[in-house]
Design a protein around this ligand. Structure first.
Ligand SMILES: Cc1cc2nc3c(=O)[nH]c(=O)nc-3n(C[C@H](O)[C@H](O)[C@H](O)COP(=O)(O)OP(=O)(O)OC[C@H]3O[C@@H](n4cnc5c(N)ncnc54)[C@H](O)[C@@H]3O)c2cc1C
Ligand SMILES: C=Cc1c2[nH]c(c1C)Cc1[nH]c(c(CCC(=O)O)c1C)Cc1[nH]c(c(C)c1CCC(=O)O)Cc1[nH]c(c(C)c1C=C)C2
Length: 476
């Protein structure tokens, strides 16, 4: 393997380039990014007074093999000293809220929470859990998350808790999203143990373990629930880009949009805004629709399937208020679609990460997330909506939900167009069929990134590692 081109400079592309650069089998890595900045949705505003605001992800979970894998990478690129951990004992880990019937309700957590009737639910969660063990296994090879949870745990949990959860992870509609692709452990638990509860107690064939380095071991010893970085999540792609530049093997090209891919006798000819590049192998970390636009007409079956993966738009509104305005301490609150379609949830950023507050006086930083699967219906076309109207909806939500009687002292509206892929029913079959097509045609192409195997930062980084290992064997 001489030259590998990585398409897309989001966290998926950067992580892929990192794993490639570690392999002695690769002579050169060329990363092509269309914008002037690396990181994709990982994007932080650092204000001159030191305050940090996130316009994409704000916290990463250290749990599981993929969480360990990300911490190993963070340690290896030297970002360890910038880590901001949030332990399980912290209020931001223990307290999550739902906004239902115009009131905040703490979501039940732990055994005590499960044993009690906690509003807005009409009976203790333990009822649903106990009955779940006896529910028969589903017969379909995929099912919507809402249908799966209604069947196994009851309609009330599906309508309120799961509806909100899917808005708080996928900005999506649980009636359309696939349980198999969005929550593989739940699907696997039913398949292997006939029950979610038994699957969790007995295990259901988890992913391969990743050996933890010192940082991941520390996260386990200190029971971290999530982590961020001192100067915001944007430091992760910046750190990776710096590491790649110093590796001497990687050539990072920004403002180099990939226009067309052509198969050649030895691999690919890649036509970019700046010229043509040759590569022996291409790893695409582009959103699937962007890859579809660049594929040659001869690979139409592949581009057609890539085009069928849809995305939703999220308006991310960062707000800063003077003083401590929160009536409760926690991670934030989610709003089920029956309560308010347009406003998905509010993150109380100051609670998990007070280090990102301005050092000048007491402030509260919040992020209101809006739209998702309901964007068009509530706000109209993302191309026509004004920032002012989105800001007005966000500040009104904070006023109504949290009682902030005065306007924010600072705000920023980021309209994140087509930012989260939606794994609808049958997503697994489409992805499998795309990969089978690539294998059968012997195409020098690998598919990584959030369009295929999970949307979290951990999943995306891991998809880069898996693709490189499939191509070259285990990374050193
Ligand atoms: C608002 C929001 C909040 C989130 N919160 C969390 C969270 O709390 N925790 C978590 O784990 N995850 C979170 N996520 C998910 C996570 O951030 C994303 O799934 C992940 O960053 C996707 O990375 P990626 O590299 O696959 O894609 P992208 O970030 O989309 O990267 C793709 C890159 O390709 C480039 N590109 C596009 N077309 C071309 C072309 N033709 N040529 C060259 N380059 C091109 C783009 O400019 C981009 O840089 C959140 C996402 C959003 C939007
Ligand atoms: C209100 C909208 C959103 C909030 N965060 C996201 C959206 C769309 C995006 C998002 N959040 C998480 C992930 C990664 C998933 C993972 O597997 O790690 C993504 C893409 C993390 C997350 N956020 C919430 C949950 C339950 C999770 C899963 C992991 C975990 O348990 O920590 C809940 C949640 N998200 C938002 C709020 C306000 C909220 C709950 C109060 C914002």
């Amino acid at each position: 393997m001489k030259t590998v081109a990585v398409l897309g400079g989001g966290i998926g592309g950067l992580a892929t380039a990192y794993y490639l650069s570690k392999s002695p089998q690769v002579a050169k890595v060329i990363l092509l990014e269309s914008s002037g900045r690396y990181g994709g949705w990982l994007w932080s505003t650092r204000r001159s007074d030191g305050a940090v605001f996130e316009h994409g992800p704000r916290g990463i979970r250290p749990a599981g093999a993929v969480g360990v894998n990300t911490l190993n990478l963070v340690q290896d690129i030297g970002l360890e000293k910038e880590i901001l951990p949030v332990p399980y004992s912290h209020n931001a880990s223990k307290n999550r809220y739902l906004y239902v019937n115009e009131k905040l309700h703490k979501m039940p957590s732990g055994l005590w929470g499960a044993l009690q009737t906690v509003s807005p639910f009409s009976r203790p969660i333990i009822h649903s859990i106990a009955k779940e063990i006896l529910v028969k296994k589903g017969k379909e090879d995929d099912e919507s998350i809402h249908s799966f949870v209604s069947r196994r745990l009851g309609k009330e949990l599906a309508d309120i808790a799961i509806d909100s959860l899917c808005r708080g992870v996928f900005a999506g509609d649980c009636r359309r999203l696939s349980v198999r692709s969005c929550f593989p452990p739940l699907y696997r638990a039913e398949q292997s143990r006939g029950s979610i509860v038994l699957g969790m107690l007995l295990g259901s064939g988890q992913d391969q373990a990743v050996r933890p380095g010192a940082l991941a071991k520390r996260s386990q010893e200190e029971s971290w629930a999530q982590w961020s970085l001192l100067r915001g999540m944007g430091s992760l792609p910046e750190g990776l880009a710096d590491w790649l530049q110093q590796s001497g093997k990687a050539q990072l090209c920004s403002e180099a949009a990939v226009k067309e891919l052509h198969l050649s006798s030895s691999g690919w000819e890649i036509q970019t805004e700046g010229g043509t590049i040759s590569a022996d192998h291409v790893i695409s970390a582009l959103p699937a629709d962007a890859l579809a636009s660049a594929l040659p007409p001869a690979l139409e079956p592949l581009s057609k399937q890539a085009q069928e993966i849809s995305y939703v738009t999220v308006a991310v509104v960062n707000l800063e208020y003077q003083g401590a305005i929160l009536p409760v301490e926690g991670f934030g609150h989610l709003i089920p679609s029956t309560e308010n379609k347009g406003v998905l949830g509010v993150v109380y950023d100051s609670v998990p990460f007070p280090q990102h507050n301005s050092p000048d006086g007491v402030t509260t930083r919040l992020t209101v997330m809006m739209g998702g699967a309901w964007f068009q219906e509530v706000f109209g076309s993302p191309d026509a909506v004004s920032e002012e109207s989105l800001l007005a909806v966000a500040t009104q939500a904070v006023r109504a939900h949290l009682g902030a009687g005065f306007p924010p002292s600072w705000s920023k509206v980021a309209l994140q167009k087509n930012c989260i892929p939606q794994y609808y029913l049958g997503h697994w079959k489409r992805v499998e069929s795309m990969r089978r097509y690539v294998a059968e045609k012997n195409l020098p192409l690998s598919l990584v990134g959030s369009s295929y195997d999970g949307v979290s930062v951990n999943d995306v980084i891991n998809s880069g590692r898996v693709a490189v290992e499939q191509l070259l064997g285990p990374t050193p």
